[in-house]
Write a protein that binds this ligand. Structure first.
Ligand SMILES: Nc1ncnc2c1ncn2[C@@H]1O[C@H](COP(=O)(O)OP(=O)(O)OP(=O)(O)O)[C@@H](O)[C@H]1O
Ligand SMILES: [Mg+2]
Length: 377
């Protein structure tokens, strides 16, 4: 459309045409009642990448994703606009080059003498805003999660210290009693009590680890060899129905870690995988050197991490549970089968060692837990 020859903006319809054709931030176009594109503007070309001659005469459903087309979203949106007087929404759409953008869409029905003759459609590319909001949401979620774990850690640490002291007193008293002359029956009771105290001490040690109050004893060792040495023990713990496979990269650098805690962490992961595969399956342990950015320190340069992944093809973790698995005493197992402290130990030890954990789980198809430990440079 060209301006009026005298240089003014011409009559109202010419002015309107000029307006629509000058807008490049919004795709503004008309559809017929079935969704076939009738007009196009530079905004449409800029946002979606199609020239006018490529789209006019084709159905607007081409901008929708295959998932939306499969569920008839394009026709449904037109029906909403026709029946309710307007459709407004946001969603992913496709550009000509196949890339996706997040669109804010408004569709208004156009009626002449009460008869639906088409739709006016306005689309805006809000991808940047959408991604920024998503990022903010996930950062807030992570912060909340970290604060929660911190709070539970403090509480746990306090409790564990107190229990440790109480248990020491009980152990000492039992030792004193057993040193006195006593009969066979008392001996049985003393042994039962000592066993319970030992069990209690184990639990409090795990709680201390979770609260990062356990004094670590780091040492430099060859992790590849350490994990290969554990293979037999892990296979025995997993049982006959579950195969434990190792895939350890050669030439792994040494790390500075508490070896006993690392062994416990891997054993805890293997036991969890075993429990998730009651009718058998495969646990694959992979050890690799990886360059990563620490998630708690995203501004830091990426560094080298030893990555130990324990993956199974078990029942997976329900999405609602995934945020809670590291909490002490969170368990989905029946009483006596699990105390909910295994992953708390893994979490406490790994974060106290400067590392981090990534969990990837799909209900019904399996879980993979990856432990990252900084490499001692
Ligand atoms: N590989 C896995 N597959 C499926 N669910 C898992 C897996 N690992 C952990 N979970 C879930 O996370 C929960 C917490 O695990 P965690 O190891 O902390 O405790 P637990 O195994 O229940 O008890 P404990 O380890 O103290 O014997 C488990 O009860 C289970 O629901
Ligand atoms: Mg466990």
């Amino acid at each position: 459309m060209t301006p009026h020859p005298t240089g003014d903006l011409g009559d109202e319809s010419q002015q309107f045409g000029l307006l629509v054709n000058s807008v490049t931030d919004y795709a503004i176009y008309m559809l017929d009642p079935r969704g076939v594109i009738r007009t196009w503007n530079p905004g449409g070309e800029r946002i979606k990448g199609y020239r006018k001659d490529e789209v006019v005469g084709t159905n607007y459903a081409r901008f929708y994703t295959p998932e939306d087309i499969a569920t008839d979203v394009p026709a449904r949106n037109l029906a909403i606009a026709a029946n309710e007087g307007r459709y407004a929404g946001e969603g992913w759409r496709l550009r000509k080059d196949g890339s996706r953008f997040h669109a804010s869409v408004v569709i208004d029905p156009v009626r002449v003498d009460g008869v639906l003759v088409g739709f006016a459609k306005i689309t805006r590319d809000v991808t940047e805003r959408y991604l920024a909001q998503e990022q903010l949401r996930s950062a807030q979620h992570e912060l909340l999660q970290a604060q929660k774990m911190e709070a539970i850690g403090k509480l746990t640490l306090g409790l564990a210290h107190d229990f440790n002291n109480l248990l020491s007193v009980v152990t000492n008293c039992l030792d004193l009693i057993s040193a006195q002359p006593h009969g066979e029956v008392s001996d049985k009771y003393i042994r039962t009590a000592l066993r319970s105290v030992e069990r209690g001490a184990l639990l409090t040690r795990q709680l201390l680890t979770f609260g990062r109050g356990h004094e670590l004893a780091p040492e430099r060792f060859d992790t590849g060899k350490a994990i290969r040495d554990m293979h037999d023990m892990l296979q025995r713990s997993a049982g006959d129905a579950v195969a434990v496979e190792l895939d350890v990269a050669g030439d792994l650098p040494s790390v500075n870690l508490d070896r006993g805690q690392l062994d416990s962490a891997i054993l805890n992961l293997v036991c969890n995988s075993r429990d998730a595969m009651p009718s058998g399956g495969c646990i694959k342990i992979t050890v690799r050197l990886q360059t990563e950015r620490h998630p708690d320190d995203p501004h830091q340069e990426p560094g080298r991490f030893l990555c130990i992944t324990v993956a199974d093809n078990g029942e997976g973790i329900a999405p609602d549970d995934q945020a809670r698995i590291f909490e002490p005493f969170f368990t989905t197992k029946t009483v006596g089968r699990g105390s909910g402290l295994g992953l708390s130990q893994v979490f406490g030890f790994t974060s106290q060692s400067g590392g981090f954990i990534r969990v990837d789980s799909t209900p019904g198809s399996g879980t993979s837990v990856a432990l990252y430990y900084p490499v001692a440079e």
